[in-house]
Design a binder for this molecule. Structure first.
Ligand code: ARG
Length: 459
């Protein structure tokens, strides 16, 4: 039974009904729809639309229903109602008869769905904040163990200067930490209550909307009824937060895939997060990471979809807005799964320290040091850069790293080079020199790890 039969003489076409119905996906807001209804029941009792006794009956029935839907939320999906609001109202009427029909007084599905979705978002944000924290902790632990494991750092995917695995992991901690704060900001902004805005012009009953907002755990009531029922900024913001974070996850996954490749051999992913090939028996594919990288596409797609859906909509509510849920649900689920999977990937990663060190030493990644050395001998940097370029070409021809050239060989390029060049070409010296805040010196990495450990323990 639909909520709106009176004006209609013909039945809805079955094909239209299934096209129009949203219960198959909005059943996920069952709990929130009931919570919102509990708040509304109290609000209409406060202006004497229902009596204290009726309120008590409604609350009892709604709480019963809450316990029922929590047992098996999925079973609601195919109960055949138009949407979750119709479902909850129908079930309430089953329980309390005609009294159930009073609950929708002064309320519209427009402010109802806006409220439900915000409540749902709030609950999801709490879960996601925990997941992000979990991944940050995992990465900080990895950084702690590998704070001095030397790996090559890249620009243009060319070996550039040595860094450490700890420094690499802490770079991602910074990204996920911004994701955490971005999501917290989102929560703060969305936490206003649209209920009492009715269809578009505001409820016709003198309800204390601020009290209602507080009762539902919002920070305040929304200020404009037209905006309240048509605002989906929070959907866009959450999709945007999840897209940005998925980009971080995808980049991290890509680094891991590369480090795990036969070409690098820096790490070995565990059998628990890799899979084999049906044809090539030797293969062990980094599927978990590839899927994390790949799933960024659908999350970003949901953001683009929702921006496009909303862009031309006139005020206030339009049915187009029903399209907000599937993309959002899918994006947040995907984000959550990927955060979780990323933690699992780190659980038993094996790091091959010999390979990472050898790679960091190769590729002439100490060439900048030689240039700086020449600068210390009074040669202008631009000139030093050129001299070192020539020395590198020579060393490549000899098949040697810079530190294996003799002083005589070095002197072909500049006569100010002497024995004291060798210590500055070592990895230890390269790392040590980068001791300004945020640099790769071991003290800096240690303090970054300690700082984040402290931050995370306070959450
Ligand atoms: N299922 C609808 C949605 O998700 C609920 C609101 C329906 N409102 C209406 N006036 N038809 O947006």
């Amino acid at each position: 039974m639909a909520l709106w039969g009176g004006r209609f003489t013909q039945e809805a076409d079955a094909r239209f009904k299934s096209f129009n119905d949203s219960l198959v996906f909005d059943y996920r807001m069952a709990k929130e729809d009931i919570e919102g209804s509990i708040g509304w029941a109290k609000a209409i009792a406060s202006v004497n639309i229902i009596s204290a006794e009726e309120l008590e009956k409604l609350l009892k029935a709604l709480n019963e229903l809450l316990a029922e839907v929590e047992k098996d939320p999925h079973s609601i999906a195919h109960a055949g109602y138009e949407d979750i609001h119709s479902y909850v109202e129908a079930r309430l009427i089953e329980k309390v008869g005609d009294l159930g029909k009073k609950l929708h007084t002064g309320r519209s599905r427009n402010d109802q769905v806006a409220t439900d979705l915000k409540l749902w978002c709030r609950a999801q944000v709490a879960i996601l904040l925990k997941s992000i924290t979990g991944l940050e902790k995992t990465l900080v632990d990895f950084a702690d163990i590998n704070f001095d494991t030397v790996i090559p750092g890249y620009t243009h995917l060319q070996r550039a200067q040595p860094v450490t695995f700890g420094h690499w992991a802490m770079a991602y901690v910074e990204m996920f930490d911004r994701d955490y704060r971005r999501l917290s900001n989102c929560l703060e902004l969305l936490n206003t209550c649209p209920l009492g805005s009715a269809a578009l012009a505001g409820t016709a009953y003198p309800i204390d909307r601020e009290a209602l907002a507080k009762d539902l755990g919002f920070s305040r009531a929304t200020r404009n009824s037209l905006d309240s029922v048509s605002d989906r900024d929070h959907v866009l913001e959450l999709l945007s937060c999840s897209s940005i974070s998925m980009v971080h996850l995808a980049r991290m996954a890509e680094d891991i895939i590369f480090y795990n490749s036969g070409e690098s051999g820096f790490i070995e992913l565990s059998d628990r997060v890799t899979s084999g090939s049906s044809l090539m028996p030797q293969k062990k594919n980094p599927d978990a990471c590839e899927l994390i990288r790949g799933k960024s596409g659908r999350v970003i797609g949901s953001l683009m979809g929702m921006l496009t859906t909303l862009k031309g909509l006139p005020l206030a509510y339009n049915k187009d807005m029903q399209e907000d849920k599937e993309g959002l649900f899918d994006a947040l689920d995907t984000w959550h799964d990927c955060l979780d999977m990323a933690c699992l990937v780190f659980e038993d990663i094996k790091v091959n320290k010999e390979r990472t060190l050898a790679a960091a030493k190769g590729g002439y990644s100490n060439a900048t040091e030689l240039a700086d050395y020449l600068v210390s001998k009074g040669i202008p940097f631009r000139e030093a850069h050129h001299i070192v370029g020539e020395a590198v070409v020579y060393a490549i021809k000899q098949g040697k790293p810079l530190e294996d050239l003799t002083v005589e060989e070095f002197r072909q390029f500049n006569d100010r080079i002497s024995d004291d060049v060798y210590p500055i070409l070592t990895i230890e010296s390269i790392l040590k020199k980068r001791c300004a805040k945020g640099g790769v010196s071991l003290e800096q990495i240690r303090s970054a790890v300690d700082f984040m450990k402290n931050e995370l323990s306070a959450r």
